[in-house]
Design a protein around this ligand. Structure first.
Ligand SMILES: O=C[C@H](O)[C@H](O)[C@H](O)COP(=O)(O)O
Length: 232
């Protein structure tokens, strides 16, 4: 029996598959909402003979794609993606996002940038006025991470080095994650740029001005929020 939140994740995950057309190259995001999208996409591949290829943003998503029969490719074979569908940890009113709760932010940003259209799927609990209540994941190089953490802290946050059980959490790229407690991020684009200037920072979980559509599940309803204005 799925929890109410999981039912909403399933609802929006399956809804997003309607945006996928025959022949598309698809960026496959990560997380428990994306799970439902990949599963439904696999059904369409089997039942309708849909010809698509996906590039996964995490090893786990790649495993799901194989399990559900979604053909995979990589960037040595394709020049770009038609669409990327991914989850998020927070979405603000301007469709800026925090991502990386599952640690896949770096590859997620690559597939988000490579796509003509980025669709984000979330349950209503992810909608916020300002980003920052969810700790911002920042992927850092293991070498000298302590120094990088000090620099990050100077921007006014507390941080925790992410662990999985008793071990340091290692991303699919072999890096560490600092979960940064800013509480309220009023200028996400500025903060992202400040962090990216730090030599030990690989990528941040701030996805500003990237989402084209956000599909939000709430109650029995699905809300589709479209971006206003041009992308960067
Ligand atoms: O690294 C993980 C991703 O950014 C996920 O898309 C995000 O954490 C949302 O995950 P979920 O759909 O499980 O809430």
């Amino acid at each position: 029996m799925l929890s109410k939140q999981d039912q909403l994740k399933k609802l929006v995950g399956e809804e997003a598959v309607h945006y996928i057309k025959d022949g598309m190259k698809i960026g496959l995001g990560s997380g428990s909402t994306v799970y439902w999208m990949v599963k439904k996409l696999g059904e369409r591949v089997k039942e309708e003979g849909l010809k698509v290829e996906g590039i996964p943003s995490s090893d786990l998503t790649g495993d799901w794609a194989k399990e559900f029969g979604v053909p995979l490719t990589d960037f040595s074979q394709v020049e770009g993606l038609d669409i990327t569908i991914d989850g998020a940890d927070e979405v603000d009113e301007n469709l800026h996002l925090i991502k990386g709760g599952g640690g896949a932010l770096f590859r997620e940003k690559i597939i988000a940038q490579a796509a003509k259209e980025l669709i984000i799927i979330v349950d209503q609990s992810k909608k916020v006025q300002h980003l920052g209540r969810f700790p911002l994941p920042v992927e850092v190089l293991p070498f000298g991470w302590e120094m990088t953490a000090k620099e990050v802290e100077s921007l006014g946050c507390e941080w925790k080095l992410r662990h999985r059980e008793n071990d340091i959490y290692i991303t699919d790229n072999g890096n560490y994650i600092l979960d940064c407690y800013f509480n309220e991020i009023l200028e996400p684009e500025k903060l992202h740029k400040q962090l990216k200037l730090m030599v030990g920072v690989v990528e941040t979980g701030l996805f500003t001005n990237m989402a084209d559509k956000v599909i939000v599940g709430g109650g029995d309803e699905i809300e589709v929020i479209e971006r206003k204005g041009q992308k960067n």
